[in-house]
Design a protein around this ligand. Sequence first.
Ligand SMILES: Nc1ncnc2c1ncn2[C@@H]1O[C@H](COP(=O)(O)OP(=O)(O)O)[C@@H](O)[C@H]1O
Ligand SMILES: [Mg+2]
Length: 305
Amino acid sequence: MIKLENISFSYGDIEAISNISLSLPAGIFGLLGPNGAGKTTLMKLLLGFLVPASGRGEIMGQALAEKQKSLRRGIGYMPESDCLIPGMDAVALTAYLGELSGMPRQEAMKRAHDVLYYVGLEESRYRQVETYSAGMKQRLKLAQALVHDPKLLLLDEPTSGMDPAGRKEMLELIRDIAKKESMNIIISSHLLPDIESTCRQVVIMNKGRIVAEESIAGLKKDNFNIYEIKVVGEHAPFFAKLRSLHCGVEEKDQTLFHILLPGDVAPAALFRAAHKTGVQIRHFRQSRTSLEDAFMDVINEANGH
Ligand SMILES: Nc1ncnc2c1ncn2[C@@H]1O[C@H](COP(=O)(O)OP(=O)(O)O)[C@@H](O)[C@H]1O
Ligand SMILES: [Mg+2]
């Protein structure tokens, strides 16, 4: 689907993409990286909005930044920034953007209603877009990316600015698209849970480079949940009991411990073990997940720490 060889791009003196090579087959991929990693720039290069300073690449069988018109028909793009035109209502805007992607007017209008319904904006579809909330704007941005039924969907920070409930719904929509349609999808995010909940494969970027390309399963091969606890009482039998349940125990200081619970062991097991061995848990808090640790490790390694 995508093949990049030694692609670089700079904004003036700032090298945003630094000699990237990448080969992605059909499928659903997460593009994960902190702010400024180069995710948006990479998407713009794929779209042909920006032209690489060096290197070459192919997207869906065509050279980068060539045959833009025919390529546009096959790509749906949900940008990170605002792409909505004030003064238009959602139906008119979505249909218009469908036409720009090469659809006949009537078909674009019909599809506009369908996709707005799909993203949950049917009741507000005749409202002017500038009256939309941040969450509604994100939904509309997704709708316009879907209107022409693209083969490849590029979603740039799709949950940006959304409240927790809206975020959850957006991620559900993306999962639904991934399940139902035979679309290839690239989702960029600086939020690990967004990628974890939608993709099986992840490409991690940092400072304009690709620092890891892995399956999510590979990234969290040690699938533990980590809990921070303090215990009062004789802890040796308690920890022995936990180890027999395949939990890891790490001493942080004299009183504070990290318990690594395998993904399939519920935290209640910790309390049962404490009860049985006669210790009291005085402090209990979920710590970072091991996947977050893995992500941070990759970034830190890339930064030379
Ligand atoms: N229009 C621009 N002009 C100058 N620098 C830019 C511009 N857009 C992005 N950058 C810089 O390029 C780098 C990559 O940015 P970006 O692709 O937006 O990263 P991400 O999407 O991962 O946050 C950053 O250092 C950013 O400051
Ligand atoms: Mg970005």
